[in-house]
Design a protein around this ligand. Structure first.
Ligand code: NAD
Ligand code: 0WE
Length: 259
């Protein structure tokens, strides 16, 4: 008996087996859910389809979340092959690399708009497109980061996009609450994914995190997956509009320092 037996889940944002979305996929599948995947086209054949097949999934559809027609296509395809959607997972973000280094003040208008479009608006667009297939008890989750709330060096335009994403979670929770649909975010500590690779200073920040966080360890995609099980399941039936921290306690510290 799994906590998610018979639940139908659609996950956006698997790039490879290091992705947070993949940790979530494995955890939800482990509790009995059926998982479908959507990722950018270039990753599908080499990376995503083999991972999906390892969980017995056949639904693997490309989608660039900047394109409304891609979003509509994925949900139309879902509707043709499934009777409803219980869980929608949004685990994607993008900003120009040049905007994730140096001073925030140098962010361009188009770099700002790009980060907002891919990293925040996409949650609104995906949720609206999913609406006809969602029902009472359905759960939507997204991924955020502490840089939404406090200044994290170099996170810059992504911090502003994550602040926007967290506000989107609250407004969507208010819109969909009367329909019995919940919307929440997981704020994860640093994880060495493709999206973290090559970020200036990430390596040191990742190492320091384990010395400073109350639980004295980095977090894993399995840790995120277990909290996703809670948010996807009826265990969290009265929880909506929230940001839940999977960060070993880092965010409660007033003066983060190593021993
Ligand atoms: P990842 O690189 O594995 O996943 C990011 C995904 O975003 C990729 O699959 C990529 O294809 C997708 N993406 C980018 N632009 C897209 C577009 N236009 N259309 C569709 N998909 C697009 O990295 P990750 O760290 O697993 O990131 C997943 C989520 O977790 C992101 O929202 C990220 O901000 C968040 N997060 C990451 C960390 C971390 O330290 N890695 C910490 C907290 C939150
Ligand atoms: O949300 C993120 C990263 C999101 C991200 C990563 C990239 C790298 C490649 C968005 N866009 C891009 N664009 C690229 O071209 N994280 C929470 C991980 C992360 O990124 C940082 C961090 C942390 C933590 C950037 C600077 C400082 C800390």
């Amino acid at each position: 008996m799994g906590l998610l037996d018979g639940k139908r889940v659609l996950i956006f944002g698997v790039a490879n087996d290091h992705s947070i979305a993949w940790g979530i996929a494995q955890a939800l599948h482990g509790e009995g859910a059926e998982i479908g995947f959507s990722s950018v086209e270039s990753l599908i054949d080499k990376r995503v389809r083999p991972l999906a097949e390892s969980l017995g999934s056949t639904f693997v559809e490309p989608c660039d979340v900047q394109r409304d027609e891609d979003i509509d296509r994925v949900f139309n395809r879902w509707g043709e092959t499934h009777d409803g959607l219980d869980v929608l997972v949004h685990a994607l973000a993008f900003a120009k690399r040049e905007d994730l280094t140096g001073r925030f003040i140098d962010t361009s208008r188009d770099g700002f708009a790009l980060a907002q479009d891919v990293s925040a608006y996409s949650l609104v667009g995906l949720t609206r497109a999913a609406m006809p297939q969602l029902r009472r008890g359905s759960s939507i989750l997204t991924l955020t980061y502490y840089g939404a709330e406090k200044v994290v060096a170099n996170y810059n335009v992504m911090g502003v996009a994550k602040a926007s994403l967290e506000a989107c979670v609250r407004y969507l929770a208010a819109d969909l609450g009367p329909d019995g649909i919940r919307v929440n975010a997981i704020s994860a500590g640093p994880v060495r994914t493709l999206a973290a690779a090559g970020i200036g200073g990430f390596k040191k920040m990742y190492a320091d995190f384990a010395d400073v966080a109350p639980l004295r360890a980095n977090i894993t995609i399995e840790d995120v997956g277990r909290t996703a099980v809670y948010l996807a399941s009826d265990l969290s039936s009265a929880v909506t509009g929230e940001v839940i921290y999977v960060d070993g306690g880092f965010s409660v510290l007033g003066v983060p320092t190593a021993d």
